[in-house]
Design a protein around this ligand. Structure first.
Ligand code: SF4
Ligand code: SF4
Length: 459
């Protein structure tokens, strides 16, 4: 959707919103271009990281007017951060993008449709699980009556992302670990995650318990702020951060675990988000230092699997034969923002052996990108189609990933391609299924939870 020129907003005046040193460190070498999905799809310099950094500096200096023409390339950025690891000059593109978007949201008046979508739907519903639950009721009714085809296209596309089998499970506030206690962790249940993927949260909790962790899921926790920070509402994101820091400080925890990559990168960024707030900066750093993605704490010991397999006469190489071909999609906010690429592959190789296959262009965004598939549906659909095509090339029957947005986008893509027979699963659901008593080849009388060996608490 295109923004129309803003005639009501105050005239653009120069304002320092960028970290000038970081912005100036872009030497226009262009090495980031091949990593950028929107540049690869359009070939347009204005849709590249280099072009966007240049535009941000133009906006800051006042040489470019803050109008619809200038806002469109920033809106079209996925925030996937694929450009960041590709940049030899170390440009902190993610920070430049967030502060530019914050500047835009404060100074630019969007057309009414975009305002409704961003303020009322994305900010007004998604961060509040109970509002999300209410919002799902009319959709359930429309589906039950078979009326989806009468919805306008944008609503039909959005509805297609919502799974048809949403069953909500509320997590207990305290769940004791099994066997010798390895530690005590808090779990972030997420907003969208806790409504559309509450069963994945429950699987995550059970796996942590089986690995010997007590799990605390504080009821008072709220949105991590990712939805706000990605859409340029930094003050709202800071409010979320302060609330969650205060909530989790009430518990003695070794780690704070999250199984949604987009939220995880925001939680790990709390120190940066609150660095200018003297009352919260240190507390935010301490909180962020404890945050771990689920795949970081859930490590399967290969030697343990080997020992257990030998007891029942199963060769390690046989282990993977118990599963169909499995591939893995790197969620941008796990791979690019948190630099976590190896651990999920180690987990999958431990469970699938030779039946794990790499996905072509795995690092390329699927088009979900938070709420990008709602605000920029055309580009999101192109990237979804590209991702689906790559999945089909692997011949895999299961694609595993670590982020709810990616799961929704990939499932909808497979469904559009008529390949709903290929499952898209969260890592926690996949592991729980594969480590169930029927699938995990352990010695008789020994529990499958012996397959799970997370690192010692505090390591
Ligand atoms: S790779 Fe880095 S320095 Fe080179 S153009 Fe891209 S952002 Fe600028
Ligand atoms: S964040 Fe992603 S879409 Fe945006 S400029 Fe970087 S690589 Fe391109």
């Amino acid at each position: 959707m295109n923004s129309t020129p803003n005639t009501n907003s105050p005239p653009s005046r120069p304002e320092t919103f960028l970290d000038e040193r970081s912005a100036l460190s872009c030497v226009h070498c262009g090495l980031c271009l091949a990593a950028c999905p929107t540049y690869l799809e359009t070939g347009n310099e204005n849709r590249s990281p280099r072009g966007r950094v240049y535009l941000m500096r133009q906006l800051q200096s006042g040489r470019a007017a803050l109008d619809a023409v200038a806002v469109a390339p920033i809106d079209s950025c996925l925030g996937c951060l694929a450009c960041q690891p590709a940049c030899p000059a170390g440009v902190h593109y993610g920070e430049l993008l967030e502060t530019t978007r914050d500047f835009i949201e404060r100074r630019f008046t969007r057309p009414w449709f975009e305002r409704v979508l961003r303020r009322w739907v994305i900010e007004g519903v998604f961060p509040f699980p109970w509002r999300m639950r209410l919002a799902l009721l009319p959709l359930k009714l429309i589906r039950a009556l078979g009326l989806e085809r009468f919805l306008p296209k944008f609503a039909r596309d959005a509805a297609a992302l919502v799974p048809s089998d949403v069953r909500m499970v509320d997590l207990p506030e305290i769940s004791p670990g099994e066997g010798p206690l390895k530690g005590r962790v808090g779990i972030i249940t997420g907003c969208v995650q806790s409504v559309l993927f509450s069963q994945t949260n429950a699987a995550t909790l059970r796996l942590l318990n089986r690995a010997g962790y007590d799990v605390i899921a504080p009821m008072e926790q709220g949105c991590c702020g990712a939805l706000y920070s990605h859409s340029g509402r930094l003050e709202k994101a800071r409010e979320c951060a302060r609330h969650n820091i205060a909530t989790f400080e009430r518990h003695r925890l070794d780690y704070i675990v999250i199984n949604a990559s987009g939220c995880g990168s925001t939680l790990k960024n709390y120190g940066q988000l609150l660095k200018d707030d003297p009352a919260w900066a240190k507390r935010a750093e301490a909180f962020a230092a404890k945050v771990r993605d689920f795949v970081e704490v859930m490590v399967i010991s290969k030697s343990e699997i080997r020992v257990l397999n030998s007891e029942v006469g199963v060769r390690t190489s046989d282990f993977g034969l118990r599963t169909s071909l499995v591939t893995y999609h790197d969620a941008c906010h796990l791979a690019n923002a948190q630099g976590i690429r190896q651990q999920p592959r180690d987990l999958l190789r431990a469970v699938c052996g030779a039946n794990f296959v790499e996905l072509p262009e795995t690092e390329l965004c699927c088009g979900s990108a938070g709420t990008y598939n709602l605000t920029q549906p055309a580009m999101a659909a192109r990237l979804q189609e590209r991702k689906t095509g790559n999945i089909l090339k692997t011949g895999a029957k299961i694609v595993v990933t670590t982020n709810p947005g990616c799961l929704l986008q990939i499932r909808a893509g497979l469904s559009k391609a008529g390949r709903a027979d290929i499952e898209a699963l969260h890592m926690a659901d996949f592991l729980e299924r594969k480590l169930s008593p029927s699938d995990c080849p352990v010695a008789p009388g020994r529990k499958p939870n012996l397959c799970l060996t997370p690192p010692a608490a505090g390591s």
